[in-house]
Structure formats: structure tokens, C-alpha cells
Design a protein around this ligand. Structure first.
Ligand code: GRF
Length: 201
């Protein structure tokens, strides 16, 4: 089995706190991956600063520059190719990828979702919408899910999950914070498992 760190790509749209947890994990000697490139669809994503501060190539492929989802995904594919990532990690990435894009990395795209899938997933269920839905449903727990990406939104096989309690006086913000802490713990472990599975395939 190769001891060389495998190149991965991280796609972001915002603050990049999940990206930061992956950057920190990749800096550990025994971690099997390195981040070859970070790409954001939003030019003002703070995650781009996190990447630059870590000396990681940081690109913008702005979805507003493309007339269709297919054209954006094609540009994203072209931007990724030179880095030959073995795994694509969506980390706070707010775009739905087309089946054409996903086909290029079968069982090699991971995503973090801030709920216990299959609960509270699917189109429109992202960010604060998720935590609001959990509170409105009166759920007693929520959590984070790291799953493989398939064309059906949030329906791919779950790799890791971690539950947190929903507290009586929770707001979407307080719940989001508690879930985010679990995402930060889970995502690096999920990448380690996924990369090792690729290496042992
Ligand atoms: C996270 O809860 C993620 O699941 C959601 O956006 C939140 C912030 O992600 N998609 P990040 O801080 O940009 O990684």
C-alpha cells in the first residue's frame, strides 16, 4: 500500500471551517491525504483565505459566469483535472452537481450534511433550513452525516454519522454550532477511511 499522501480536492462556498479541519488533519504525518486544490464557486469565500494561508492552491470557478449548470460543472471539471484528485470533498459547497460531473468520480465524492440522513436531507435542505426543520419537527437529536455523493441529493450511502442532543432552548444557531463541532471531527476520519479504501481496492 502506498505511503504517499493521496491528492484530494475540497470544494467550498463559504467560511470553510470544515475545510480547516481537513487542512489540520492533512498536516498530520500519518494522514493518508493531502489537499491538492481548493475551489470555491464564490469569489469572497473565506475558505479561500484559509487555503492560501496553508499554502494550498485556491481557485474560483464562479457559477455566475456560466449560463447553465452543465457549463459550470464542465468548467469545474477542467479546473480539477490538472490536480488529479483521488477524492473530491464537498465542504460547505452550496451547488448541486450534475450526474455528468458525478460520473467522473464514482464513489469518490464526499459531502458533509448537518443532519442525521436520511432525515432532513434533499433539495433545499441546507444550512439553517436543516436546523429549523429539526426544531420544528420536535426531534430530540440531530447530528452530522458524511456521505458519498450520488445524483439524488443527500441520498448517497452514509460513511460516518454522529448524533448530538437537541436541547429544550435550542435555536437554529445553537444547534448548528453543536452539529458543526461533530462535522469537524467526522470529516477527517471519513476522508481517512475513504482514502484507505481506495488504496486497498
Ligand atoms: C456546515 O454545517 C455544512 O454542513 C454546511 O455549511 C456549514 C458551514 O460549512 N453545508 P463550512 O464552515 O463552510 O465548512
Amino acid at each position: 500500500m502506498s505511503t504517499e499522501k493521496q491528492p484530494i480536492a475540497v470544494l467550498i462556498s463559504g467560511g470553510g471551517s470544515n475545510l480547516q479541519s481537513l487542512i489540520d488533519a492533512c498536516e498530520q504525518g500519518d494522514f493518508p491525504a493531502r489537499i491538492a486544490v481548493v475551489i470555491s464557486n464564490k469569489p469572497d469565500a473565506y475558505g479561500l483565505t484559509r487555503a492560501k494561508d496553508a499554502g494550498i492552491p485556491a481557485l474560483v470557478v464562479n457559477h455566475k459566469d456560466y449560463a447553465t449548470r452543465e457549463e459550470f460543472d464542465k468548467a469545474l471539471l477542467e479546473a480539477l483535472k490538472p490536480y488529479a484528485p483521488k477524492l473530491i470533498c464537498l465542504a460547505g459547497f452550496m451547488r448541486i452537481l450534475t450526474p455528468t460531473f458525478i460520473k467522473n468520480w464514482p464513489h469518490r465524492i464526499l459531502n458533509t450534511h448537518p443532519a442525521l440522513l436520511p432525515a432532513h436531507g434533499g433539495k433545499g435542505m441546507y444550512g439553517m433550513h436543516v436546523h429549523k426543520a429539526v426544531l420544528e419537527a420536535g426531534d430530540t437529536e440531530s447530528g452530522a452525516s458524511i456521505h458519498y455523493v450520488i445524483p439524488e441529493v443527500d441520498q448517497g450511502p452514509v460513511l460516518l454519522q454522529s448524533a448530538v442532543p437537541v436541547l429544550q432552548n435550542d435555536t437554529p444557531d445553537t444547534l448548528a454550532q453543536r452539529v458543526l463541532e461533530q462535522e469537524h471531527k467526522l470529516y477527517p476520519e471519513a476522508v481517512r477511511i475513504a482514502v484507505n479504501q481506495l488504496l486497498n481496492a
